[in-house]
Design a binder for this molecule. Structure first.
Ligand code: ATP
Length: 323
């Protein structure tokens, strides 16, 4: 590879900047020219290529969000849009693309590769941790810690007022943030899409907690929980336990922001480096991920189709320790 372009796409995640920095500086080290593309696939289509050198990425390893900006590009989902994107890659002499994002971003990259033959390599940047082929995605650790700190604060008020809190954390289809932040904050119950939850089980947990003298409780609920949303859960619980003082808190986008944790910066640096060296070694249509502390390359097709399983031990431990 002689010239690469790098973009951030889909939902932003803390550590995307650290990954971008690693891509640009690794390319620089190996004398590969590097362009940053603004606003995800939109920038490819609308010719927003910025030439980047080592100094273009100074002071960003500690910044949340993405300096390249991210976008959800509807145009890239069309053949005409992708044709324009390819024409611009040819115009700039770009022969490989590093795409930092989630499974939607990887789907786009795979289609682009298969249509035009341009080399693509994915880097998993999403707080949901729902990508197969990596133990953790970039941004997940930071989001988890943000959720944990917020729930700790909610617990202070729950304890002071003998309240029950339903706290919704992010995770549209995955319960990783909910399970781990719930375990780390001693939640009474954790409701996630991967587990078949029932309202009776939740009520049973409230009853047994009462018996042990527990006066306040936190229930952590993943955004994508199928049983009910936090408001419905609060309403149903109030009907069953009219004496409970119940509140709802939705943590929302605060979980996506903030300075990346040390773990995310290191992960992003290693995967950004692994993206460029992988392309140099001839890897394409793959995602660079971290497994057992080693960089591994997984075909994008597999990364999209398969899912990381929830750790059943964590579920069991959280139940045993909650009472
Ligand atoms: P997150 O997990 O944080 O939502 P994501 O990468 O999954 O991140 P998406 O919005 O699903 O976010 O995808 C990002 C972009 O990838 C889309 O806006 C679109 O430009 C491109 N993309 C997604 N699916 C396709 C597809 N089937 N064909 C072409 N491009 C696609």
């Amino acid at each position: 590879v002689k010239k690469i372009a790098v973009l951030t796409s889909g939902g932003d995640a803390p550590g995307m900047n650290a990954a971008l920095r690693a891509v640009v500086r690794t390319a620089n080290y190996y004398n590969i020219e590097c362009y940053g593309v603004r606003e995800g696939y939109n920038g490819l289509i609308h010719d927003e290529f910025l030439k980047m050198g080592a100094r273009s990425v100074k002071n960003i390893i500690n910044q949340g969000g993405t300096i390249l900006k991210s976008a959800r590009s509807m145009e890239f989902k069309t053949k005409e849009g992708r044709q324009k994107a390819y024409d611009n890659c040819v115009k700039h002499g770009v022969d490989a693309l590093v795409c930092i994002g989630g499974d939607g971003t990887f789907t786009g990259a795979k289609i682009f590769n298969e249509e035009f033959g341009i080399k693509v390599l994915g880097v998993p940047g999403t707080i949901d941790n729902d990508i197969f082929g990596t133990d953790n995605t970039i941004g997940y650790d930071t989001a988890l810690n943000t959720a944990m700190e917020a729930i700790d604060k909610i617990r202070d008020t729950a304890t002071s007022h003998n309240r029950v809190f339903f706290v919704e954390v992010m995770g549209r289809d995955a319960g990783f943030i909910a399970l781990n932040s719930g375990l780390a904050t001693g939640a009474l119950d954790i409701l996630i899409p991967e587990k078949k939850d029932s309202i009776d089980e939740l009520f049973a947990n409230f009853r047994s907690a009462e018996k042990t003298g527990k006066a306040s409780s936190i229930v952590v609920v993943a955004e994508g929980e199928k049983l009910a949303n936090v408001y419905e859960l609060a309403e149903k619980t109030k009907k069953e336990f009219p004496d409970y003082d119940i509140r709802v808190a939705i943590l929302g986008h605060m979980q996506r922001g903030g300075s990346p944790s040390c773990a995310d910066r290191v992960l992003a640096s290693r995967l950004g480096y692994g993206a460029v060296t992988g392309l140099m070694e001839g890897q394409t249509n793959v995602m660079a991920g971290m497994r057992s502390n080693d960089v591994v390359y997984t075909p994008i097709e597999e990364a999209i189709k398969k899912h990381n399983e929830i750790n059943q031990d964590l579920l069991l431990i959280s139940e045993i320790l909650a009472i």
